[in-house]
Design a binder for this molecule. Sequence first.
Ligand SMILES: Nc1ncnc2c1ncn2[C@@H]1O[C@H](COP(=O)(O)OP(=O)(O)O)[C@@H](O)[C@H]1O
Ligand SMILES: CC(=O)N[C@@H](CCC(=O)OP(=O)(O)O)C(=O)O
Length: 260
Amino acid sequence: MSNSMSVLVLKVGGALLQCEMGMARLMKTAAEIIANGQKVVMVHGGGYVVEQQLTANQMETTKHLGLRVTPAEQMPIIAGALAGTSNKLLQGAAKSAGVVSVGISLADADLVRAIIKDEQLGMVGEVEPKNASYLEFVLSQGWMPIVSSIAMTDAGELLNVNADQAATAVAQLVDGQLVLLSDVSGVLDGKGQLLKSLNRAEIEQLIKLGVIESGMKVKVEAALEVAESMQQPVQVASWRDAAQLAALAKGEAVGTQIQA
Ligand SMILES: Nc1ncnc2c1ncn2[C@@H]1O[C@H](COP(=O)(O)OP(=O)(O)O)[C@@H](O)[C@H]1O
Ligand SMILES: CC(=O)N[C@@H](CCC(=O)OP(=O)(O)O)C(=O)O
């Protein structure tokens, strides 16, 4: 079990980037957590920004089981949308909340080892933790790393990594406590009610029933991997919910606890 002073890895989903008030509130929360003495690493998605920029370039896009099929010719736009636009939008919000940030990607400083996940998905990456030195240095300065999910193969090709999976690798890398913040208050049951806690058997059952699907399926599977490998619960909650953010700042459990 990690103690409350361990590194907090906060993953934020792409819908946040469409909401200026949401970004401001989240960064205020991050500022409070940092002021309380805890280190924070932010990992972000940006699925909506990717879609806007592909559409603006007359490119079509599809997802397969929650992962974006990424043809090589789309990679420059996707990298720009995630490591550029999305990352800098969040840095701007951090700056105006008084948080000093360092905007990086998974491709920096050998943070992770990245390989192509499945040829049929194109340039989609699968990552595992590699070298924490750079993150540790940034954190030691009191700065907040903001990490996009763009990675690089050993041959130097850019890869598009699902941001929940990126956050998993980062949490393992820094031995951190992982919180996945989305636009829903947590994992919901078939009636839309929040499920407070889920283990592997319950997750498998809900996936089989089709209650947990698409992006949430990728998210809970990523959460479960961390919960099991690090033997600590992972929280799935919402950046939209001010009460959840306030609880998070106090170190309380929020949303759905994914348990080992
Ligand atoms: N059982 C479920 N509970 C909550 N959300 C679910 C569930 N099944 C599917 N979803 C969908 O998953 C979405 C969250 O995943 P995703 O869009 O990938 O989030 P993010 O971009 O924040 O990572 C929700 O907005 C919802 O549409
Ligand atoms: C391979 C893959 O699916 N990559 C994602 C990366 C961004 C992401 O995960 O963004 P959200 O957190 O907003 O969903 C994508 O292209 O959308």
